[in-house]
Design a protein around this ligand. Structure first.
Ligand code: CA
Length: 130
């Protein structure tokens, strides 16, 4: 993780301590420094939309995505493909049940030589129990 990624992770931890007990606020990073992603889920808090973010941190022609799947079958992804080092691509997460678990990975992808999602973080699972 880059220094900026660590700093962003600290912000996420602070947000978690301010949120409800079972909120999900977690970060992941690709294995080769291509970028980071985060996932936020706030049970029973309409003022805090469930969201995910992807941050491309390397000018290598590759995009960075966070991809998730829930134990109830919801899947989604949020991709930063508008260039590196230009901020966070934010996506609203919809359709999650407030039960079971959500698992996410952060991956890179080279669409000009597409071999699929690569250099993914280890799958990270969190409970969605309200
Ligand atoms: Ca890149």
């Amino acid at each position: 993780m880059t220094v900026a990624g660590v700093a962003s992770g600290i912000v996420a931890v602070l947000a978690l301590t301010a949120g409800p007990a079972n909120a999900v606020a977690a970060w992941g990073s690709t294995t080769q420094g291509e970028g980071d992603g985060f996932f936020e889920n706030w049970p029973n808090r309409e003022n805090y939309p469930d969201q995910a973010g992807a941050i491309d941190r390397k000018k290598d022609g590759m995009s960075v995505a966070i991809r998730w799947t829930s134990s109830s079958g919801t899947t989604g992804e949020c991709v930063d493909k508008n260039g590196a080092n230009n901020g966070t691509t934010l996506c609203t997460v919809t359709g999650l049940n407030q039960r079971g678990t959500v698992t996410f990975k952060v991956c890179a992808r080279d669409y000009s030589n597409d071999i699929g999602w690569i250099n993914c973080s280890r799958p990270d699972s969190h409970p969605l129990t309200p």
